[in-house]
Design a protein around this ligand. Structure first.
Ligand code: T4K
Length: 389
């Protein structure tokens, strides 16, 4: 019998922001104060855009006030319309940006291993209305970029990637932002690299970046001319200053997260019914989330039961991404949203669980989380939907 471990005194969340030293940040803010320049492409913004372009290996990178607006602007910059084929297994922002552009999202099923959009499911959905494919590198695991590219070429479609989770990922050494026409990154506080709120768009060439930069600043060309119906997507100097300081410590955070991941992998490997998601060998992990899949039959406990019981220990896991976007009230009427057409996504949404994952978790904390998991799964599952038969 496994003894009941004590609960954490404070909630242990799925994510915590990576905070630079307050002193370093204050020093940078002092320079901002001194300059009297708070937004509209100031010195911090210019410096961060340049540093991130180099770090991410994306020469045509544009900073934004958040990832969602960056993706909305990507659709505008690429003149997308009609229908766009995307995944239901993602955060609401992904299909919402299509809707905000008057585009109908068309949901394609996902691959059972990578959980990214399945190229084989995309092809039958392409029709005369389709203007693009919007893939999501979910949890930082890259989409099947070559297969998607081949489909896009065949039907003259644009390719946009939601790389909200994919900061710093590479495929065979090639930066994740180098694929497709545009890739969005989110710099929300819960991301490995963040600017409190923020994001970026990496695009394929300098001309497209010019259009993106115009669109994110109301379409203003100069004092006398407005070229396009743009939006306000600008990152402030306060956020950019945060980003510069966070970038200084991001590699250290990556090593800390790798340490945490190694403990989880070793401890959880003892459970046949808990499978940790690992990126394919050719991929540099973005280390954004630590995700497990719960096989209720072999574990004897459902994902939901594990999620709920861990709360008793003050461990706050998340079911990213259940419900599927195709199940939302605003999308469930779409023909492509019918669960019978999305069997893989429907199944995996019931299996995934994101565990607390950030560098300031000590070894002891991670072991305590694993002790709590061991304890929870050693007890019979609660009855309920999806309980093992
Ligand atoms: N596409 C994808 C695939 C995405 O995942 C996202 C965002 C987007 C697009 C849109 O990008 P942005 O426009 O946001 O740049 C969180 C994030 O807010 C969201 O950015 C992220 N994806 C999503 C996966 O996670 P929630 O609703 O789960 O956040 P919340 O407030 O529940 O926070 C999660 C945990 O983090 C909390 O339990 C506690 C901790 N936390 C949170 C905040 C804000 C902190 O410790 N400190 C904090 O300041 O969406």
């Amino acid at each position: 019998m496994i003894p009941r471990p004590p609960p954490f005194a404070e909630p242990v969340y799925v994510a915590r922001p990576l905070l630079p030293s307050l002193e370093q940040y204050s020093q940078r803010l002092a320079a901002v104060w001194e300059s009297g320049w708070l937004t509209n492409g100031g010195a911090q913004h210019r410096a961060l855009e340049q540093e991130l372009s180099a770090y991410l290996g994306c020469p045509h990178l544009s900073l934004f006030n958040n990832g969602t607006i960056a993706l909305i602007v990507a659709c505008q910059a690429l003149r997308l319309r009609g229908e766009v084929i995307t995944t239901p297994f993602t955060f609401p922002a992904t299909p919402h940006v299509l809707q905000w552009n008057g585009i109908t999202p068309v949901f394609a099923d996902v691959d059972p291993d990578t959980m990214t959009i399945d190229p084989a499911a995309i092809e039958p959905l392409v029709n005369g209305q389709t203007s693009a494919i919007l893939g999501v590198h979910v949890y930082g695991t890259p989409c099947e970029v070559d297969a998607i590219d081949a489909i896009a070429q065949k039907s003259a479609l644009k390719v946009v990637y939601d790389g909200a989770h994919a900061f710093g990922a590479t495929i065979s050494g090639k930066p994740i932002g180098a694929f497709g026409d545009a890739t969005m990154f989110s710099f929300h506080a819960t991301k490995l690299f963040h600017t409190a709120e923020g994001g970026a768009l990496a695009v394929r060439d300098a001309q497209l970046k010019e259009r993106v930069d115009l669109l994110k600043n109301f379409g203003i060309l100069d004092e006398n001319r407005v070229a396009l119906p743009g939006i306000n997507g600008k990152m402030s100097e306060l956020s950019a200053a945060m980003g510069i300081e966070v970038l200084r410590i991001v590699e250290r955070e990556r090593s800390e997260r790798a340490r945490v991941a190694a403990i989880y992998a070793k401890r959880l490997g003892a459970h046949e019914g808990i499978v940790a998601m690992r990126p394919p060998e050719k991929v540099r992990d973005s280390l954004q989330y630590f995700v497990v899949r719960v096989d209720a039959r072999s574990l004897g406990s459902t994902r939901d039961a594990l999620h709920d019981r861990l709360r008793d220990f003050n461990i706050v896991t998340r079911k990213y991404f259940q419900p599927l976007c195709s199940e939302y009230d605003c999308y469930k009427h779409l023909p492509s949203a019918q669960p019978s057409r999305l069997p893989v996504a429907t199944r995996i949404a019931r299996e995934v669980l994101c565990l607390p994952f950030y560098g300031s978790l000590g070894d002891d904390d991670v072991h305590r989380i694993c002790d709590a998991i061991d304890f929870c799964v050693s007890r019979p599952a609660r009855a309920g939907p999806g309980a093992p038969k």
